[in-house]
Ligand binder design. Sequence first.
Ligand code: 13P
Ligand code: ZN
Length: 269
Amino acid sequence: MSILDKRAALKAEIDKVAEVAGYLWQKGWAERNGGNITVNITQWADDAMRALPAISAAQPIGKTLPRLKGCWFYCKGTGRRMRDLARDPMANGSIIRILDDCASYEIVADAPVAPTSELPSHLAVHDYLLAKGSPYRASLHTHPIELVALTHSRQWMEKDAATRMLWSMIPETKAFCPRGLGMVPYMLPSSVELAEATIRAIDEDYDVVMWEKHGVFAVDTDIMDAFDQVDVLNKAAQIYIAAKNMGFTPEGMSDAQMKELSDVFHLPK
Ligand code: 13P
Ligand code: ZN
């Protein structure tokens, strides 16, 4: 890919981040500075970018992540609002590169905006994805109202209980979120423990995991696809709640209907 093509591709990725940030705000999932986005942009780093001087001192990640050596990321800034990022992604986020010790990073562009407080989870997941040879390059953390509400119930925190219920609300849910919804018990936001529990859940083969009483963490090839998986799941949760509000528990698709769907669309399980 030529330098100009790389620059155009990088701009397109960051434009997508801004578009998704706008959707998160419109959906009511991004109160104040809620949520964060990171994208592994290493494939678009060109020689001119590599020659850029750091605009911050080296900062510790809190973990050593061997596959991230020399990698580049776009990161939402900590304390920054999604609704502001939607207008101006480079003033409300920054580009970082991981140093050779694999345990620290420096900010390179455009402004010295400190990356999200959830950086340990985001970078640990990117490291895991590279180790697995995954094509996924984007990760999204957001606070979707109905999905977070579900995690306030022991019933829905049971492994795959929410997955089965959500898939059965509307056929598209399993088709577009075929790995379902993993569950991570409550842990302190931005902690290394939360990062490690997130990796364990993703390693169980989920693309989307809930952080109990907090939010969702999703990975996919790009940020739009990660957003779509969360959107599909939250829509299913809204259908469940709408039925409950009408005074009944929704029937859900039958096991036979789910099996037929899985067979025809070649979905797992
Ligand atoms: P940041 O503003 O640091 O990205 O934090 C938002 C958030 O949702 C933390 O979980
Ligand atoms: Zn959060």
